[in-house]
Design a protein around this ligand. Structure first.
Ligand SMILES: Cc1cc2nc3c(=O)[nH]c(=O)nc-3n(C[C@H](O)[C@H](O)[C@H](O)COP(=O)(O)O)c2cc1C
Ligand SMILES: [Fe+2]
Ligand SMILES: [Fe+2]
Length: 399
């Protein structure tokens, strides 16, 4: 007996929540847990949309058998082969050997990579725009390559207007008994986690997200069912607008993210003075010590705000380790359209600024300010003018 959530008369959430996972995908903290969503449709055919992670396999199978009752499982639609949604796939096949698996050709290849069971005799291969009727419900398939992995696809069900969106539109955080985003205060309590999820999981693939948005925006979506987090039935356009913004690398707000790396506190001090001078003229600034705050959280802030300042010590003739990791990560996430300022520090021969600049120049549409402050151990009074020049340059680029 478990927590089953009805989404419509014939669609039930049969997933599970994990509140004990320390690091999602080995990188992202999930202090409020994470849900693995699987949905079961009961029509003339019974259709399961994705499976779950190993962590919640027991509750998932109990949910599944409970909702199926006397019936067997006819179809499993696989949208994404990442193990958080496919770990239990083989077990589903073992339990329901007559099941047909609906997937695309890339998913088929990946099923063979992850598993050894006979997939070919069970597979129904679909392409962009293919349709399958399962009774009252009509399924249409949309490919969504790189909206997390290359094989990803989505399913639109036209009778009830349901989009099964795979990882897109997901969110970190366990479902605490609720299932719909409008049951909780999503804007207040979950949008930050949704942004963190987007920026880190899909942030690199803005162009691919844009391509998928073009396909799904014309659909009449009345229910949005992602693989993590809440189901949407209200204000779906608000969430889609966020995705449009994030995937086009458009800042949500004006503000300055100051990420600093400091061993003895002098670079931190310069960052603090800069933040103070920005606030003095009414510009919002947020500071992060890159050795304390995980890069993924700073990247999330970088997706949100318009301006970035990197202040780093020089370290064995390179960029300080945790700053280097952050910079590489930002470049890897394809961040664009930001104004950037750089501060370096060094006691022997400061050169972290030059190295940071060279890395960030790999990003598209980055306005990297010429004004760069180079500190030799401690910021000197006469250098305050240089910091102010950065403040002025930032202010010039704000509305
Ligand atoms: C392990 C280590 C390596 C360093 N490597 C360099 C270096 O290659 N070039 C340099 O100019 N300073 C180097 N430094 C010195 C720091 O960059 C310098 O003292 C800086 O002012 C520290 O700023 P902070 O007070 O913000 O920590 C190194 C310091 C440490 C601990
Ligand atoms: Fe994924
Ligand atoms: Fe996922």
């Amino acid at each position: 007996m478990h927590c089953l959530k009805k989404i419509t008369d014939n669609l039930t959430w049969v997933g599970g929540n994990d509140r004990r996972l320390a690091m999602f995908e080995g990188v992202y903290s999930v202090p409020d847990g994470v849900s693995y969503n699987s949905y079961l449709m009961m029509d003339e055919k019974t259709v399961l949309f994705d499976t779950v992670d190993k962590a919640v396999s027991r509750v998932f199978f109990e949910n599944l058998t409970e909702v199926l009752g006397e019936r067997t499982l006819d179809y499993l639609v696989v949208h994404h082969m990442e193990p958080d949604h496919s770990f239990t796939l083989e077990e589903v096949v073992l339990r329901y050997p007559n099941l047909k698996i609906i997937c695309n050709a890339k998913i088929l290849t990946m099923i063979k990579q992850f598993f050894d069971f006979d997939i070919d005799s069970r597979a129904i291969i679909v392409k962009e725009g293919d349709e399958i009727s399962v009774g009252k419900h009509q399924l249409k398939f949309y490919m969504a390559p790189m909206v997390h992995w290359p094989e990803v696809m989505m399913t639109y069900e036209s009778t009830d207007g349901i989009l099964f969106s795979a990882d897109a539109f997901g969110c970190f955080g366990a479902l605490n008994g609720a299932i719909f985003a409008d049951e909780v205060d999503f804007q207040q309590n979950y949008m930050g986690e949704a942004r963190r999820y987007y920026a880190n999981i899909i942030g690199k693939y803005g162009a691919q997200v844009q391509a998928v948005l073009k396909k799904i925006v014309p659909l009449e979506i009345r229910l949005l069912c992602p693989l993590h987090g809440f189901v949407w039935r209200k204000d779906i356009d608000i969430y889609i607008e966020k995705y449009d913004r994030w995937s086009s690398y458009t800042p949500e707000e004006e503000g300055v993210v100051i990420a600093y790396a400091s061993i003895y506190g002098n670079t931190e001090n310069a960052a603090e003075i800069l933040a103070s001078r920005l606030w003095d003229i009414g510009i919002k600034a947020i500071m992060f010590d890159v050795s304390v705050t995980h890069a993924s959280d700073i990247i999330t802030a970088a997706f949100r705000y318009s301006h970035l300042v990197f202040a780093s010590t020089t370290y064995n003739n390179g960029i300080f380790v945790s700053m280097e990791a952050l910079i590489f990560d930002i470049v890897a996430h394809n961040l664009q359209n930001r104004t950037v300022a750089i501060i370096e520090n060094g006691s022997w021969a400061p050169n972290s600024g030059k190295l940071i600049r060279a890395e960030l120049e790999k990003c598209k549409n980055m306005n990297i300010l010429e004004n760069q402050v180079s500190i030799k151990s401690t910021l000197k009074k006469q250098q305050l003018a240089e910091l102010d020049a950065i403040v002025d340059a930032i202010a010039m680029t704000l509305k």
